[in-house]
Design a protein around this ligand. Structure first.
Ligand code: RP5
Length: 171
Protein backbone atom coordinates (compact mmCIF):
# COMPACT_ATOMS: atom_id res chain seq x y z
CA UNK A 1 0.00 0.00 0.00
CA UNK A 2 1.48 3.34 -1.06
CA UNK A 3 1.95 6.28 1.29
CA UNK A 4 2.01 9.02 -1.34
CA UNK A 5 -0.25 9.05 -4.38
CA UNK A 6 1.14 10.64 -7.53
CA UNK A 7 -1.68 11.33 -9.95
CA UNK A 8 -1.64 13.17 -13.26
CA UNK A 9 -4.14 14.28 -15.86
CA UNK A 10 -2.49 12.53 -18.81
CA UNK A 11 0.35 10.18 -19.63
CA UNK A 12 1.90 13.22 -21.35
CA UNK A 13 2.60 14.51 -17.80
CA UNK A 14 4.49 11.36 -16.78
CA UNK A 15 8.05 12.44 -17.62
CA UNK A 16 7.69 15.46 -15.31
CA UNK A 17 5.76 13.59 -12.60
CA UNK A 18 8.44 10.87 -12.50
CA UNK A 19 10.77 13.47 -10.97
CA UNK A 20 8.49 13.29 -7.91
CA UNK A 21 8.77 9.50 -7.86
CA UNK A 22 12.56 9.66 -8.22
CA UNK A 23 12.77 12.05 -5.26
CA UNK A 24 10.53 9.83 -3.11
CA UNK A 25 12.77 6.87 -4.03
CA UNK A 26 15.75 8.86 -2.79
CA UNK A 27 13.92 9.59 0.49
CA UNK A 28 12.78 5.97 0.95
CA UNK A 29 9.04 6.70 0.69
CA UNK A 30 6.67 4.41 -1.17
CA UNK A 31 4.25 5.80 -3.74
CA UNK A 32 2.14 4.82 -6.70
CA UNK A 33 1.35 6.45 -10.03
CA UNK A 34 -2.14 7.00 -11.42
CA UNK A 35 -3.23 8.59 -14.69
CA UNK A 36 -6.73 10.02 -14.37
CA UNK A 37 -8.45 13.19 -15.53
CA UNK A 38 -10.86 15.58 -13.87
CA UNK A 39 -12.45 16.22 -17.27
CA UNK A 40 -12.13 12.95 -19.18
CA UNK A 41 -12.68 10.63 -16.19
CA UNK A 42 -14.61 12.69 -13.62
CA UNK A 43 -16.20 9.74 -11.76
CA UNK A 44 -12.89 7.87 -11.47
CA UNK A 45 -11.24 11.05 -10.17
CA UNK A 46 -13.92 11.34 -7.50
CA UNK A 47 -13.46 7.67 -6.55
CA UNK A 48 -9.66 8.03 -6.32
CA UNK A 49 -9.99 11.03 -4.00
CA UNK A 50 -12.78 9.75 -1.78
CA UNK A 51 -11.02 6.39 -1.27
CA UNK A 52 -7.48 7.79 -0.96
CA UNK A 53 -7.37 7.91 2.82
CA UNK A 54 -8.83 4.42 3.35
CA UNK A 55 -6.35 3.16 0.74
CA UNK A 56 -3.53 4.31 3.01
CA UNK A 57 -2.40 7.48 1.27
CA UNK A 58 -1.10 10.24 3.55
CA UNK A 59 -0.71 12.95 0.89
CA UNK A 60 -1.42 13.33 -2.81
CA UNK A 61 0.74 14.95 -5.47
CA UNK A 62 -1.42 15.92 -8.44
CA UNK A 63 -0.03 17.24 -11.71
CA UNK A 64 -2.00 18.69 -14.59
CA UNK A 65 -1.57 21.10 -17.47
CA UNK A 66 -3.73 23.70 -19.19
CA UNK A 67 -7.17 24.01 -17.56
CA UNK A 68 -5.62 22.09 -14.69
CA UNK A 69 -8.53 21.18 -12.45
CA UNK A 70 -7.33 17.78 -11.26
CA UNK A 71 -5.58 18.90 -8.02
CA UNK A 72 -8.49 21.12 -6.99
CA UNK A 73 -11.13 18.49 -7.70
CA UNK A 74 -9.17 15.91 -5.70
CA UNK A 75 -8.81 18.41 -2.82
CA UNK A 76 -12.59 18.88 -2.88
CA UNK A 77 -13.14 15.17 -2.14
CA UNK A 78 -10.50 14.51 0.54
CA UNK A 79 -8.99 16.21 3.58
CA UNK A 80 -5.57 14.69 2.82
CA UNK A 81 -3.00 17.34 1.90
CA UNK A 82 -2.94 17.84 -1.88
CA UNK A 83 0.14 19.27 -3.58
CA UNK A 84 -0.46 20.59 -7.09
CA UNK A 85 2.14 20.52 -9.85
CA UNK A 86 1.41 22.88 -12.76
CA UNK A 87 2.68 21.21 -15.93
CA UNK A 88 4.37 23.38 -18.58
CA UNK A 89 2.19 23.70 -21.68
CA UNK A 90 3.17 24.50 -25.27
CA UNK A 91 0.57 27.24 -25.78
CA UNK A 92 0.86 29.28 -22.55
CA UNK A 93 4.08 27.87 -21.04
CA UNK A 94 2.33 26.57 -17.95
CA UNK A 95 1.03 29.94 -16.71
CA UNK A 96 -2.45 28.56 -17.48
CA UNK A 97 -1.73 25.46 -15.36
CA UNK A 98 -0.24 27.52 -12.52
CA UNK A 99 -3.17 29.92 -12.30
CA UNK A 100 -5.70 27.07 -12.56
CA UNK A 101 -4.11 25.22 -9.65
CA UNK A 102 -3.01 27.98 -7.30
CA UNK A 103 -6.17 30.10 -7.13
CA UNK A 104 -8.29 27.80 -5.01
CA UNK A 105 -11.30 29.18 -3.16
CA UNK A 106 -11.05 29.73 0.58
CA UNK A 107 -11.62 26.47 2.46
CA UNK A 108 -10.19 24.01 -0.12
CA UNK A 109 -6.43 24.58 -0.35
CA UNK A 110 -3.98 23.05 -2.81
CA UNK A 111 -0.31 23.57 -1.93
CA UNK A 112 1.07 24.63 -5.29
CA UNK A 113 4.69 24.28 -6.38
CA UNK A 114 6.35 25.95 -9.36
CA UNK A 115 5.75 25.00 -12.99
CA UNK A 116 7.10 21.45 -13.50
CA UNK A 117 8.18 21.49 -9.83
CA UNK A 118 7.32 17.89 -9.09
CA UNK A 119 10.59 17.18 -7.23
CA UNK A 120 9.72 19.96 -4.79
CA UNK A 121 6.21 18.52 -4.48
CA UNK A 122 7.79 15.25 -3.36
CA UNK A 123 10.00 17.02 -0.82
CA UNK A 124 7.00 18.90 0.56
CA UNK A 125 5.03 15.65 0.82
CA UNK A 126 8.00 14.12 2.67
CA UNK A 127 8.12 17.10 5.03
CA UNK A 128 4.44 16.52 5.84
CA UNK A 129 5.21 12.87 6.67
CA UNK A 130 8.34 13.85 8.63
CA UNK A 131 6.25 15.59 11.31
CA UNK A 132 5.37 12.11 12.63
CA UNK A 133 8.01 9.88 11.02
CA UNK A 134 11.61 9.96 12.27
CA UNK A 135 12.96 7.94 9.34
CA UNK A 136 11.63 10.46 6.83
CA UNK A 137 12.96 13.26 9.02
CA UNK A 138 16.44 11.69 8.91
CA UNK A 139 16.23 11.15 5.13
CA UNK A 140 15.31 14.81 4.58
CA UNK A 141 18.18 16.00 6.78
CA UNK A 142 20.59 13.75 4.84
CA UNK A 143 19.28 15.16 1.56
CA UNK A 144 19.86 18.75 2.77
CA UNK A 145 23.38 17.87 3.92
CA UNK A 146 24.16 16.34 0.51
CA UNK A 147 22.90 19.47 -1.25
CA UNK A 148 24.98 21.73 0.98
CA UNK A 149 28.08 19.58 0.41
CA UNK A 150 27.48 19.79 -3.35
CA UNK A 151 27.37 23.59 -3.32
CA UNK A 152 30.49 23.81 -1.11
CA UNK A 153 32.36 21.48 -3.47
CA UNK A 154 31.42 23.65 -6.48
CA UNK A 155 32.52 26.81 -4.68
CA UNK A 156 35.84 25.21 -3.78
CA UNK A 157 36.42 24.12 -7.41
CA UNK A 158 35.49 27.59 -8.72
CA UNK A 159 38.00 29.21 -6.39
CA UNK A 160 40.64 26.64 -7.24
CA UNK A 161 40.49 26.68 -11.08
CA UNK A 162 38.90 30.09 -11.79
CA UNK A 163 35.71 31.08 -13.56
CA UNK A 164 36.80 30.53 -17.20
CA UNK A 165 38.06 26.99 -16.68
CA UNK A 166 35.08 26.18 -14.44
CA UNK A 167 32.62 27.15 -17.17
CA UNK A 168 34.60 25.20 -19.81
CA UNK A 169 34.45 22.11 -17.60
CA UNK A 170 30.68 22.51 -17.23
CA UNK A 171 30.11 22.48 -21.03
C1 RP5 B 1 -4.34 17.95 -18.91
O1 RP5 B 1 -4.25 18.28 -20.24
C2 RP5 B 1 -3.22 16.99 -18.65
O2 RP5 B 1 -2.79 17.10 -17.33
C3 RP5 B 1 -2.16 17.38 -19.63
O3 RP5 B 1 -1.14 18.17 -19.04
C4 RP5 B 1 -2.91 18.21 -20.66
C5 RP5 B 1 -2.82 17.63 -22.04
O4 RP5 B 1 -3.27 16.29 -22.02
P1 RP5 B 1 -3.15 15.35 -23.32
O5 RP5 B 1 -3.97 16.01 -24.37
O6 RP5 B 1 -1.67 15.33 -23.65
O7 RP5 B 1 -3.66 14.00 -22.90
O8 RP5 B 1 -5.55 17.38 -18.58
Amino acid sequence: MATIGIIMGSDSDLAIMMEAGDMLDKLGIDYDYTVCSAHRLPFETQKYATEASENGLKAIIAGAGGAAHLPGVIAAYTILPVIGVPIKTSSLSGIDSLYSIVQMPKGIPVATVGINGSANAAILAAQILAVSDENVQAALLRYRQEMAAGVLAKDAELKSIGAKKYLQNRQ
